[in-house]
Each structure stands twice: as C-alpha cells, then as structure tokens.
Design a protein around this ligand. Sequence first.
Ligand code: F0G
Length: 484
Amino acid sequence: MGENARDQELHHSNDALEQLATVIRLRCVECASLYPGMSQQPRYRCDCGGVLDVEAEVRYPSHHETVIQNETRDSTTSANDVSFIADTRWQRLFDERASQSLVQPNRGEEQLLDSSGVWRYRELILPVPEHCIVTRPEGNTGLYSVGRENCGKHHNGHSSLGHYAELDTFYLKHEGENPTGSFKDRGMTVGVTMANLLGARAVACASTGNTSASLASYAAQLGLPGIVFLPATNVAAGKLAQSLAYGAITVQIEGDFDDAMRLVEQVCNELGIYLLNSLNPFRIEGQKAIALELLQQLDWEAPDWLILPAGNLGNTSAIGKAFRQAHQLGLTHRMPRIASIQAAGANPFYRSFRHGFRHREQVYAQTVATAIKIGDPVSYARARQIIEQTNGVVEEVTDEEILEAKAVIDRAGIGCEPASAATLAGARKLVQKGIIKHNDMVAGILTGNLLKDTHTGIPQFKQDAAIGANIESVRTYLAGTLSF
Ligand code: F0G
C-alpha cells in the first residue's frame, strides 16, 4: 500500500473510532463502573477485576424513516432501559434485509452485510462504520423442527429427538453450520472488525478449540497474525487442524484451558496484542445474533425455554442479553427462560446455582466434552445475571448422558460435536424433573459441527473389517446386516 493510501486509511479509521466512541461505553458487570467504549489501549476488565459489558445507543437507521409511516417513536433508544412497547418496524427492517440476502459477492457492501446472520442486525450488534466490517458472511444457520408434534413431513427421523426429550414442540438451531463449524464465528466477525478498526498488530485467544479455529480463519481473512493458546491435550483433532491449516501461531500449553486463559490475558496486556476471547465484550455482542436470528426464524415469537451448553459462559451471557434487548425494543413480546447445561465434571456454574449463587465455585474440569472442559468460567458474573433475570436454571449432565444424546442427534442425520449434545441431554433431564413441561415450546442450540471431533462417541471404522472387492462378498455382508 502506498503512503497516501495508508494515511487515508488511518484517517478513515480514526474518524470511525471517534464516531463509535460517542455511542458506546463499557460497564463493569460487578461494580457498575463506567469506561469509555473506545480507546487506543483496549480495556477488557474493570479496575475491580470485573468483566465489562457493552452499552450502546440503538439507533433506527435514518434512511428507513421515510419509508415507514405513522410511527412517532424517537429513533434513538437505550436498549438497556426501555420497557416493552410493541414495535414492528424493527421486525420489518430485519425481514426486508433477510429477504434480499442471497449472497452475491460483487453486489456491494450493504448487500454483503445484509447477507450476514450477524450484521443483518447491525444496529443491535455494534454501530461500527460499515467499511470496517470483516465478514465471511456468517450465520444463516438451520433451525430444525425436531419435536414429537412439530416435526414436518419427510422429517420423521428428526422426531427421534423430540421423543428422546419427550417434547412436543422442539427446535434445534445448528450453529455448527457457520463458516468454521461453530457459533464462535458470530462473535469473531465482530471481534476481528474491532481489531481492524483499532489497527491491531496481532490477535490472540486461549481456546478449547473452536474459538481458535474461528480466530485463525478470520485473522487470515484480514491478513493479521493470529496466535492461539491451546491446552496440550484434549483439543479435538478437527479443531487443531483448522488452526494449523489457517496458519495461526499455535501455542500448546502444558496445562488446561484455565491455565491458557490466564496466560493469554497476561501476554496480550504485555505485548499489546488484541485479545479475542469472550472476555472481550465485543465478542459477546456478535454472539447475540444467535438469538436474533432464531427469533426471526420463529417469526419473532420467543420460545418458552432456550437451552444451551455452558463452558466459559460467553454464550449464555450473549443469548440472554439479546433476548432482553429484543424484548425491550418490541421485537418479541416475551423473554424465554434460559437453561445452561454443564458437564457434571466441569460444573462450577451449576454448583454456584445450586446454592443460589452465594459464592463463585471453581473446579478442576474433567469431561469427554472437551469444548466445555472449563473449571473457572470468565463470564460467570455476566451469565449469573442472565439466569437471574430470565428465571433460568443451570443443570448438569454426565458424560454418559452427553454421549447417549449425541448418538441420538447423530443417528437422526443432524450430528454435532459432544459438547453440543449437552443441550439435548439437558432438555431430557429438565423434562424428566418436571421443570420443562412436555408441551412447552423449547429451542436448543447445537454449538459445533460433528466433524470437529470424529472420535468421541462415534463408531470407528476398522481396517480389518474390509471385505473382498467382489459381488459375492458384498451379498454375504449385506445379508448378515440388513433385515429385509
Ligand atoms: N459448545 C462448543 C462447541 C464450544 O466450543 C463452547 C466453548 C461451548 C459450547 C461453550 O460456550 O464457553 O460460551 O459457554 N468453547 C470455547 C472455545 C471455550 O475456546 O472454543 P461458552
């Protein structure tokens, strides 16, 4: 890039930073202290050590004001303090964008943003200047009807999930259908956009495998060095392969995720590397889009329950926040109750919930669901607020329950990685306990793709099981296998 182009870009991004600084701020989740939303030196924590939450002014786009008539509400609202007023103009805006969102790579910036399942909702995600946005695009993930009663024609196989959980109306949103195979892409597009805006020299994260795969991919897209800190063991092979293939600097730590998290935070502060774990509050803003897209797919009707696996608790925080904002803005008429599901061997949030969050528990984590093998979750305080505000619950499921549920999801032809199956295992357990009713409308999140981990809970192909390459051997083999 020539001197002039570089100067112009710098100027552009300084303007963008100043513009953003006027509409966002960061609030400590623990002590409510306020900090500027933007500064050249990124801030991830409050001086008290608490994590931060983005507060942004939500502004209805002015060029739509002329199209929509008979509406007198102020176009600026703080999403944090408005009470529910039915308002369909946001629905119409997002529905209009979704209807035009077929990806056509050369159709200009706005069309590309509308085709992203994150940036389609940009006014509620981050009011960042559009020319700074780094998107694949992401999102637009499938919503499967898998209940005993809402399962459609030619989807009979999917109703096995509804029968397993004993739920009549049950939806599963498959976030494994994102570009790098997990929900992390929704937060990463926002995190890497911020890195772009701030002119970061490099980006880094600690990860159980999915965040690192996503970071590696988006950093490569932008042309920035990506650095990922992984526990030396227990990262599923598919995820590790992604980080290596996308060219991230891959640091294996002799320790677990919690050790890697502690180290990456320290090294980012020391070396001025932009941290992209969900400790970074802008990641959370992107992950809110899971809930917004789910609502849109359900024609803006919130379910009674939203169930998801819980590890570092970023996703619980993001999804809860999105539902709260959607409700406050009149996008939907009610809030679902949130159910966060932990593996029994990695259950600090569940333990804290059991005693009414009297104090924060930590554990040494052990589970086959390596994605959620976390003993000291960073977003504990954010997620606790969400469980309290939504009258939610935290449940635990054993590894056996996770693997059994995974087999049900896999055999239905949907498939997911082990941690995601905690959603179905948790749904079944909460129905059995009578907390969720058989006829409640329930939505669950499958967080990662089956191909991330092709070993855990999947029958393995045996080399010595090969049969002769002749028709007789095939006939004999199938005769012993098929029942017709
Ligand atoms: N499911 C999958 C597939 C995950 O990868 C993760 C987290 C979770 C659920 C839990 O979400 O942390 O927001 O509560 N994976 C992180 C990672 C920790 O590094 O990829 P959470």
